[in-house]
Write a protein that binds this ligand. Structure first.
Ligand code: AR6
Length: 195
């Protein structure tokens, strides 16, 4: 692992997921993250309706502007009030955000999902699949389900890092932008254990 400081001054910890794909961990606000503005995407921890909410979802909608909500409304419902079932992912433009795309995924509500570990793995896996289908090369994730959906941090970090390692082929960099010191430190410790 090497640790460097980027322009934002937040330390960035770097690991290799494969010979061609790096993992980068940093503390911060995912709405200001970008790499090149054309092949980059941030992932939103949304809900099945995909019409905004609190937490990182609210922050992304505020920063992207009202066009993001309009784009989300155009995503077809698969059943009443469900545009993105738990574990799946959908993509929209990012409008006023500095990245090209927002990939919306829905993690499990930890104590309501029968197999929260499987659903969380699917959320990461399908986000990466949609990214590759749209020629995304740089992607940044928040800690999906680690807010109001109450997924335990350590278990979530193991699923997050092992799943992005398994499906990183074809991407250049996978970032995690963690909102607190506690989350950042847990992700760092898990990356050191698994990579
Ligand atoms: N940048 C990066 N991470 C953030 C930011 C930010 N700007 N803001 C919050 N986080 P949550 P969930 C972290 O609750 O648990 C919404 O209402 C936060 O500290 O946003 O998947 C949706 O509409 C936490 O670590 O998402 C859904 O209804 C992580 O992002 C529901 O919450 C995820 O917390 C989804 O719940």
């Amino acid at each position: 692992m090497d640790s460097v400081r980027h322009a934002s001054s937040a330390p960035v910890a770097s690991f290799q997921l494969s010979p061609s794909c790096a993992l980068k961990l940093q503390k911060g606000d995912i709405t200001v993250w970008s790499l090149d503005g054309s092949t980059d995407a941030i992932v939103n921890a949304a809900n099945e309706r995909m019409l905004g909410g609190g937490g990182v979802d609210g922050a992304i909608h505020r920063a992207a502007g009202p066009e993001l909500l309009e784009a989300c409304k155009k995503v077809p419902e698969v059943r009443a009030a469900v545009r993105c079932p738990t574990g799946e992912a959908r993509i929209t433009p990012a409008f006023r955000l500095p990245v090209a795309y927002v990939i919306h995924t829905v993690g499990p509500i930890y104590d309501m999902d029968r197999h929260p570990d499987v659903s969380l793995r699917n959320a990461y896996k399908n986000s990466l699949k949609v990214a590759k289908e749209n020629n995304v090369q740089y992607i940044a994730f928040p800690a999906i389900s680690c807010g109001v959906y109450r997924f335990p941090y350590k278990e979530a970090s193991r699923i997050a890092i092992s799943t992005v390692k398994e499906f990183s082929d074809g991407l250049k960099e996978v970032h995690f932008v963690l909102f607190s010191d506690e989350l950042y430190n847990i992700w760092l410790e898990t990356a050191q254990e698994l990579l």
